[in-house]
Every structure is written in C-alpha cells, then in structure tokens.
Design a protein around this ligand. Structure first.
Ligand SMILES: C[S@@+](CC[C@H](N)C(=O)[O-])C[C@H]1O[C@@H](n2cnc3c(N)ncnc32)[C@H](O)[C@@H]1O
Length: 374
C-alpha cells in the first residue's frame, strides 16, 4: 500500500481545512467563509476583543425612548413609529450618544403625496432615469427641481431638526448625516446655524445618482459638455454637539462616553474616505425601500460613532432600518424612528434579516483597500 500526500489549506479566519481541486494556484478566498485573507491571522481586532466585550455587555434600557408612540424592541434596539420632530421633542435631554441618519435629502421626496406619486410612476420629484440598455431603472428624486421657496423650507427644516438633535444629544455626541453633492451646502449650513459643530465630511465613494448628462435637447449640438458632473460620491456631514467649556476630549470620553470617533483598530484611525458599493441586490430583496443603504457601509459608521463601544445611537429617519440593522450586527444599541407606516412595518421584518447578513471581514478589508490606494 502506498501513501498519497495531498496539499491542503487551512483558513486562519474560520479555521476551515480543505483540499483544492486545482493544486497549482493558491486559493483566492476560503471556500467556506469567503475571506480573501484566509492565509493571514486576524490582527488587531482580536487583540482588543476582550475589551470590546466587557464594554458592549453594558446594556442601556431604552424604555424611556418609546414615549406614547407605537414601538417594538428588536434585540437590543428599539424602533418607533413617529414623526422624528415630535419624538426628539419628547425624549429625555442629553441622552443620545450619537445620531447616524439618512434624511430625505430635499425634505420633499418622502412627503406622503410624493411617495404616492412615486408608486404610481406619475410626476412629482421622483423621475424615472432614461434607459440606456433596455432595463427599467428605479425612480430617483430630482433635486435640481427644488425652487427658491423649497430651498428656504429645506434650510428651515434642517435648522429646526438640528436644534432638536442638539438638545437630545449628550455633549460631544456625533451626528453623521447623509446628503448629496448638490444640496449638502444648504443642509450643512443649516445644521451649523442650529448650533452643531461642523467636523468635516465622510466621502462615500459610490455612483448612485447620475449627472454628467449633456445639455437637455441639445445633446448633439454640445456633445463635449456636461451640465453637471457625474456624481461619484455621497457626502456625509460629520457634526458634534460642542463639548462643555474647558472640557478636553479625554474628560468628555470619561464623563459622557462621547467626543471622539472609534478607530477600526488600534493601528488605524477612522478615515473620512470610504470605498463603498451600491446596496447589493440581496439587501434590496430583504427591504424594498428606495433609499436603502448597504450594510457594508453602515456597519462602519455605527462602529465609529460610539467611541467606547457603548451607548445609544439614533436614526430619526430610519426608513427600512439599515442603521438599526448595522448596529444590531455590531452588538450596539440603536433607536430607529420612521413616520411612514409602510416603511416602519418593513423595518420590523427587514432589521433582523439585514443584521444576520455576513459581511466578510468588513473593517479589515476596507482598511487594506484604503491603504493600497493611498
Ligand atoms: C432617505 S430615507 C432613509 C432610508 C434608510 N437609510 C434605509 O436604509 O432604509 C428617509 C426616511 O425618512 C422618513 N421620514 C421623512 N420624514 C420623517 C419624519 N419627519 N420623521 C420620521 N421619518 C421621516 C421617510 O419616510 C423615509 O423612509
């Protein structure tokens, strides 16, 4: 009897052993956990895990945040069916550690009559983009359609919202708020006027909105011109409730658990450019919301906004719940608030499913990608 020696591999991430069909090439990913880093042991994240665990075991009861609105607890999180202006007005002051939210960019697109118009596919701010390849595209809101009066309303609404957020946040609490390149200057200025401190922007590199088109009805005459740049990023404003006078960041961290942004690991700071993706089909099948954000991106944000890994994150414009699901997946606590009943109901089902999705080695992958590109 002769012995056969087979070359096998061992995944450093999920500990899976396997013998490849083709022996010559080193595998690109682990066939079980799909990690491209299967041949490298996990680094810093493991080092700090015990620390995270003890902090994350601190669970904050959320009962005082449901007020008299319809609500449901989902794992460690709470979802509330309410208008967030009303909700923010009534919750206890200085209690939220952070806000991560994706509001209606132009205020108007999620008004009940606009949601109905979108559903019926007739007019309003939602337009069907022209089809280039025969496939039907989802309607996108057309923000260039906002007139001066609507822009003034947008400024007023975000200023009012900022004041309410300021009251609800703990000192040093961060707000990460999605916008778009066309409207961010209005929204961000309004938030600064409300008293929040502007701390920069996160650039989510992704192509969602279009732009880049030639002048309408004169495409042939001006073939070399675009009326606006092709949009290749989504700006997220970074704001903070000002620290009390004379308080340093370290004192704020000790006293309120806020003030800084959590690093993905000890070696790397949280970076303000994030390579992202469109929301994957799988996630869109779970939640059919027009503005669903991808878990791969949202999980990085919720991780960053709780510097000590403990506290309450709120998403006052919850939609189908991608922020709450991301928090849930990272064992953090979040409160989602949604005004539209259909989306609220959608979130009840979608959050546990989105939270269960495995996003492979998310933070490490992101950092390696960023390091390679810089
Ligand atoms: C851009 S979407 C957020 C989608 C979310 N990022 C997701 O992944 O599902 C904004 C949401 O805010 C909701 N909304 C608009 N005004 C609101 C208000 N005053 N209070 C609570 N929710 C509101 C809309 O119904 C919409 O679902």
């Amino acid at each position: 009897m002769s012995k056969l020696h087979l070359l096998g591999y061992h995944c450093e991430r999920c500990k899976h052993d396997w013998v490849p069909r083709v022996q010559e090439q080193e595998p690109k990913v682990c066939p079980k956990c799909k990690s491209p880093y299967w041949n490298r042991p996990r680094r810093v994240i493991r080092e700090t895990q015990t620390e995270y665990k003890t902090i994350q075991d601190k669970f904050i009861p959320l009962d005082s945040f449901k007020q008299d609105f319809p609500y449901e607890f989902i794992g460690r999180s709470l979802i509330v069916h309410a208008d967030c202006f009303q909700w923010l007005k009534h919750i206890p002051e200085n209690t939220l550690h952070a806000i991560v939210t994706d509001p209606p960019y132009g205020v108007k697109e999620y008004e009940p009559e606009q949601i109905t118009k979108r559903k019926n596919g007739n007019g309003g701010i939602w337009r069907i983009p022209p089809s280039f390849d025969g496939s039907v595209r989802a309607p996108l809101p057309r923000f260039t359609a906002l007139n001066d009066k609507e822009r003034a309303i947008l400024t007023r609404v975000f200023q009012e919202w900022g004041k309410l957020a300021l009251k609800a946040l703990r000192p040093g609490g961060h707000v990460l708020i999605a916008s778009n390149a066309f409207l961010s200057q209005l929204v961000f200025s309004a938030l600064v006027n409300s008293g929040l401190e502007f701390r920069g922007e996160i650039i989510r590199l992704v192509r969602t909105f279009r732009g880049g088109d030639r002048p309408k009805n004169a495409e042939a005459e001006f073939p070399d011109i675009s009326s606006m740049p092709r949009s290749c990023y989504e700006p997220w404003g970074i704001f903070r409730k000002p620290l009390p006078h004379n308080l340093t960041i370290s004192q704020c961290l000790r006293k309120y658990g806020t003030g800084g942004l959590r690093r993905p690991n000890r070696e790397q700071p949280f970076a303000d450019v994030i390579f992202s993706e469109r929301t994957p089909q799988l996630e869109r099948e779970i939640a059919d919301h027009p503005s669903l954000k991808p878990q791969s991106f949202m999980r990085q944000l919720v991780h960053a906004v709780l510097p000590l890994g403990v506290g309450i994150i709120a998403d006052p414009f919850m939609g189908a719940g991608s922020t709450v699901a991301a928090a849930q997946a990272m064992s953090l606590q979040c409160i989602g608030v949604e005004r539209h009943l259909e989306y609220y109901e959608q979130s009840r089902v979608a959050i546990p499913k989105l939270a269960r999705l495995h996003i492979a080695n998310l933070i490490e992958q992101e950092i390696e990608q960023l390091t390679l590109q810089l």
